[in-house]
Each structure stands twice: as C-alpha cells, then as structure tokens.
Design a protein around this ligand. Structure first.
Ligand code: NAD
Length: 428
C-alpha cells in the first residue's frame, strides 16, 4: 500500500523463508505455507451520488485455515494491491497462531478512497463486497473485521447484507461491530492497548520503568491513538505524533514542549486519524515534516500507520537513544532493515505479536456472539491483557533461551503451531 518500492508480500515471504530455514521446516510444508490457500479477486459496481456507476476492485485472500476459520480485516485504500492483501493474510495466520487463538489468516481490501466518498456510496460499496463474497465469508470459513479506513459501521452494512441473503442472523460472521449490535466492549481500544500490554511486559522484563521512557508515534488512527493513550496513562512521555493530512496530501509531525497531550489531540482529530493543524498550532504544537517522528531522541519508536516505514534508507536517522521498536502497524519494518536493528541492539516487538490485541478481542467478540452473552469492559480487557502477556512471555523466553531476534522467535512459535495443524489434518 505504501509506495516505497518494497513489495509487502515479498517481505512476508522473505521473513517466512528465513525462519523456515532456521527451524529446518520440511520443503513440502514450506512450499505450502509460503503462499495463500485461496484468493478472490472481483469487481464491485457502485451507483455514485452523481448518477454514474464506478467499478471498484475488491479482494479477499485466505492464507491458511488449518487452525480455524480465516480471520482478518478489510482495508479501504486507494493504493491497495493484491500483494498487500496476500502479505496481510499471511501475517494474520502467524498472528492468530502466536496469540494462540483458534483462527487462521485472511484479509480483504478494496481499492477506493472513503475520504472522497459519501456515506451512501460507502454503504453501497460494503453491500456489494458482501454480495460478491457471500459464499466465501462467514462464521465458519472466513471472518472479516475493520482495518485501515473501515469502521464498525462498515462491518454492520456487510453483516446486514450477508444476513439478508442468508435469511437468518449470523452475528459471528464479522467482528468489530458497534457495541449493542453484536460488538464487544473494549474492541475499539483492543489493538492499541494490546501494543502497550506487550511493551509494558517487555519493559518490566528489561527492568526499565515506563515512567522513565519517552516514545514517538507514527499514525493517530485507531491503533496509535489508544496505544498513545495507554502509554501516557502509564506515565510514558509521548514526544511526537506523526499523521496524514488529507487536505495537503502530506504527513506532519506534531510536538509540544513537555510532550504531546493525547486527549487534547484526540479531541481535534477527524475520523480518519488526521489532526487539525490550525487547532494544534493554537494549542502550542510545533508542526514539522511527517518523517520527523523517526528522528526523535526517544527510547521507543511506535510505528502505527503503514508498512515499509523503517528501511535501511532511513535507519541512519534513528536516534542512538532508541532501545525498542514496538510495531503497532502491520509490516512497518522491511526485512533488509532487521539485521541493522538487531546489530544496533534495539529490541524488536514484532507486529504480529505486538498488534494481536485486535484479533484477540475479535475472537472474544465471536465467542460472545455465539453465546449471545456479553462481558463487561473490565472482563474483556483483563482477558486481553492475560492473552497478550502470555503470548509475549512465550516469545521473549524463547528469544532469550536461544539468543534469537524477537521477530524470529515469534515466527518460530507461530510456524511450528500452524505446520503442526497442517500435518495433523493430513494436508502435507
Ligand atoms: P487508521 O486508518 O485508523 O489510522 C491510520 C493512521 O495512519 C492515521 O492517523 C493516518 O493519518 C496515519 N497515516 C497514514 N499515512 C501516513 C503517513 N504517510 N505518515 C504518517 N501517518 C500516516 O488505521 P489503524 O486501524 O490505526 O491501522 C494502522 C495500522 O495498524 C495498519 O498497518 C493496520 O493494518 C494495523 N492494524 C490495525 C488493527 C486494528 O484493529 N485497527 C489491528 C492490527 C493491525
């Protein structure tokens, strides 16, 4: 999606191949796991408000469902590609496995720009997406959820179209729904909070008090906002936040002496995670180039926007003070940058471990929908913290015991779990 010259699917395969080699994975299993099992590419004609019909390109890709139904979000983005969706579906397989939830990997996307579309146009697009995939999504085969530029409202339109075609109610066919309409308490904040649950545990293991640390964030959407909120509630200093500005078609970094006030910035952002520059300026924020978040003199970098942001080309700009990279986004670091990060002694909290809070809470949402009994927020967050902390401990302990990079340790656990399920089913 981010046009940086890197192909996310090649990145995902490179990461997989490296670890498959390390753990001596059987060649037939490697061939099977390095590509998606099913792909759906389709067109969605949508009647636009001006009377014209526009044809959008849609995707749903299931990487692997050996451990359970496919699971993964739907992105609406003008730069969406089949390879981005392939990569994200593959990362979902590893994410569900490392979090140890009984789900596989899937992902969807539509090449569109919801920022330029009316609500009516977006609703018709969602309903078209559900109709195109009616036989290939559902509670027992592949369960979508929100992702970049999609929300609970989009999920509800997809659910409504699916249920209309089915003639029955299937609340577990999609997650990330609004609370009261089959959604789970805590889902909105789950990914961002999950990022910080793993970071908090890492800092505890490394004996670094959170309140002695500072962090710089890329993104101020769903993941980044809640990650930054929890991080500052724990006493960390949010030194800078970078986000996209649709009006100027560029990104900006926001800073304030003494640190960013997350509540204050959340109050002046739009629903796409863009902070209003005029209002920020009047609140005393200094606004600079969008890449500056990377150059901050902080302990922790938290990329929570797009893939391919931390590359060898920008690595030299990262402060020597940085001790941890905490990947809230999917695929923010390119594989050719991992060796540089490792050699610099920076601890990597890899994406598919760090941002697994969203899918874990989506799994809780499905469980609650199936029981038709909903837990309160405290219960959801308590279960979420337990799952995230357990997943982190397994990865951290393996990385320490075998002296391997944390991303490799997470892959080792995930690949072994998935390969075991594939083998037990007798597929390979
Ligand atoms: P979002 O659409 O809510 O927010 C995206 C944010 O990124 C916005 O603040 C936007 O302004 C910012 N952004 C876009 N381009 C930028 C640029 N060039 N420079 C700086 N900022 C930029 O999306 P989200 O749901 O927060 O997802 C962010 C990342 O986290 C994605 O990689 C997504 O796949 C991943 N993720 C999301 C979830 C979830 O539950 N939402 C779960 C797991 C992983």
């Amino acid at each position: 999606m981010a046009n940086t010259g890197y192909n996310p699917f090649e990145n995902a395969q490179t990461q997989f191949d490296g670890v498959a080699e390390k753990i001596g994975l059987d060649a037939d299993m490697r061939e099977f796991l390095r590509q998606p099992m099913k792909e759906f590419h389709f067109t969605i004609p949508v009647k636009m408000d001006d009377g014209t019909t526009k044809t959008f390109k849609g995707y749903r890709i299931r990487h692997n469902d050996a451990r359970g139904p496919g699971k993964g979000g739907i992105r609406f983005h003008p730069e969406e590609t089949a390879d981005t969706v392939r990569a994200l579906s593959m990362w979902m397989t590893w994410k569900c496995a490392v979090a140890d939830i009984p789900l596989g990997g899937g992902k969807g996307g539509v090449v569109c720009d919801p920022r330029e579309m009316s609500m009516g146009e977006q609703e018709r697009l969602c309903r078209g997406y559900a109709r195109a995939l009616y036989n290939n999504i559902g509670p027992f085969c592949d369960v979508p959820a929100p992702d970049v530029m999609t929300t609970g409202q989009h999920m509800l339109w997809i659910l409504d179209e699916y249920e209309t075609l089915a003639g029955a109610r299937f609340p577990g066919m999609i997650t990330g729904k609004p609370v009261g309409m089959g959604g789970s308490m805590g889902r909105t904040e789950a990914t961002g909070y999950g990022v910080i649950y793993t970071l908090k545990e890492l800092l505890k293991c490394e004996k670094i008090p959170v309140c002695d640390t500072s962090a710089s964030f890329q993104g101020f959407g769903n993941v980044a906002e809640y990650a930054a909120r929890m991080y500052s509630q724990l006493g960390g200093k949010v030194a800078a936040i970078s986000c996209w500005n649709q009006k100027d078609k560029t990104a900006y970094t926001f800073k304030k002496s003494g640190g960013c006030d997350v509540e204050e910035l959340a109050a002046i952002k739009d629903k796409f995670g863009s902070i209003d520059t005029d209002k920020a300026r009047s609140l005393g924020y200094e606004i600079s180039d969008g890449d500056n978040w990377l150059k901050e003199d902080v302990d922790i970098l938290v990329p929570c926007a797009l893939e391919n942001q931390i590359t060898p080309a920008v690595f030299g700009k990262i402060s020597k003070k940085v001790k941890v990279i905490c990947e809230g986004a999917n695929g923010p670091t390119t594989p050719d940058c991992d060796p540089l990060i490792k050699d610099a002694g920076i601890i990597m909290l890899p994406d598919f471990l760090c941002n697994a809070g969203g899918v874990t809470c989506s799994y809780f949402e499905q469980v609650q929908c199936n029981m038709n009994y909903f837990w309160d927020r405290a219960e959801v967050l308590e279960k979420l913290e337990y799952k995230m902390t357990s997943a982190f401990r397994a990865v951290y302990d393996l990385a320490k015991a075998q002296n391997v990079y944390m991303r490799d340790a997470a892959y080792m656990i995930a690949i072994r779990r998935v390969a075991e399920a594939v083998e037990m089913r007798g597929w390979v």
